[in-house]
Design a protein around this ligand. Structure first.
Ligand SMILES: Cc1cc2nc3c(=O)[nH]c(=O)nc-3n(C[C@H](O)[C@H](O)[C@H](O)COP(=O)(O)OP(=O)(O)OC[C@H]3O[C@@H](n4cnc5c(N)ncnc54)[C@H](O)[C@@H]3O)c2cc1C
Length: 291
């Protein structure tokens, strides 16, 4: 099938893109890598009056260090980040998750920010953003605003972005000392969206093999990626041993409420989330020790 007819705009500045978006109300769609939008257009699941192609805007394809952050522009391709030594050295969780996103042909065009803006709850990068506490810069008609990742994902394929706003930058905190990161997932075939994925961040106390902080973020367990931290300090101060981490994984998974669908029952997804969370925590803990 071919897309329904639409007006095509190719702005050359962010301001122009926002202005075009504003002129269409909620009837325009931003085109970045097109890897999610084009299938929706071709199947006529989306019928926007206009496409605002941001690929001609110069200077948005950056991956750079900005203080304690890795700053990523709206046109940085997933594959460029995957191959970047800056990302590998400073944001190992993102580096580990990127090769799991579809196939490399998709990552050649797909953007990191496009994945976040699309907000598929099975997408790896949403969980990475939540687990790391990423910050997102959004540009709209009244200027720019900063939104934390835990306030960005609103519902299935829905974010805090207004129809006339552009996501221009994502900032991921640089890797911290004595902190380990891991991303694990289960997909039926390599390149498919995973049934469930888990990002884990484990920090340990200086000089001791004890946990000082833990964050887990899940994909595929609800309409949005789910962040689980440890506000009650269940794991904090505890030895980083498998028993404690598995107990935390069980507790985290028990709080999830995945729906059943054609791929898997909710119960199966919860069980999978528990097993994968245990694996991710153990891998992250080992890396926090430099293993
Ligand atoms: C066969 C296949 C397999 C895939 N497998 C996976 C997978 O395993 N895991 C995974 O996470 N993804 C997967 N994807 C999706 C892929 O990662 C997409 O690249 C990504 O979801 C969207 O990025 P994009 O740059 O292509 O965005 P586009 O397709 O251009 O846009 C997607 C949506 O986000 C909006 N948007 C894009 N950029 C911005 C912006 N800067 N500001 C505001 N709105 C914006 C668009 O308007 C659109 O609604 C797969 C895709 C395909 C085709």
């Amino acid at each position: 099938m071919k897309p329904a007819p639409f007006e095509y705009h190719a702005p050359i500045t962010v301001e122009e893109a926002v202005s075009v978006l504003q002129s269409y109300g909620d009837a325009a769609k931003v085109l970045a890598g097109g890897q999610s939008l084009m299938p929706l257009l071709n199947f006529r699941l989306a019928r926007p009056a206009a496409i605002v192609d941001i690929n001609g805007i110069e200077g948005l394809d950056y991956l750079r260090r900005d203080g304690g952050w890795l700053a990523i522009g709206a046109l940085a391709r997933q594959r460029a980040a995957e191959l970047s030594s800056l990302v590998a050295e400073n944001c190992p969780l993102l580096a580990e998750a990127l090769p799991l996103v579809g196939h490399f042909q998709i990552r050649n065009r797909g953007t990191i920010l496009g994945s976040l803006a699309h907000a598929d709850p099975a997408a790896e990068l949403g969980a990475v953003a939540l687990a790391l506490g990423a910050e997102l810069t959004i540009q709209g008609p009244n200027g720019s605003r900063l939104v934390r990742a835990d306030q960005f994902f609103v519902s299935y394929l829905t974010t805090a972005l207004a129809p006339d706003e552009l996501l221009v930058e994502a900032r991921f905190p640089m890797a911290q000392p004595r902190t380990g990161y891991a991303f694990v997932e289960f997909a039926r075939r390599h390149g498919d969206f995973a049934l469930v994925g888990v990002a884990a961040v484990v920090s340990r106390n200086n000089g001791a093999n004890r946990c000082s902080d833990v964050r887990l973020a899940f994909t595929g367990v609800g309409p949005v990626p789910v962040l689980i931290t440890d506000p009650e300090g269940v794991l904090r101060g505890q030895p980083l041993e498998p028993a404690g981490m598995n107990a935390f994984a069980e507790r985290a998974a028990a709080s999830l409420k995945p729906d059943s669908d054609i791929q898997a029952s909710g119960e199966y997804r919860r069980e999978l989330a528990c097993v994968l969370a245990g694996q991710a925590l153990e891998a992250a803990a080992a890396r926090s020790r430099g293993d």
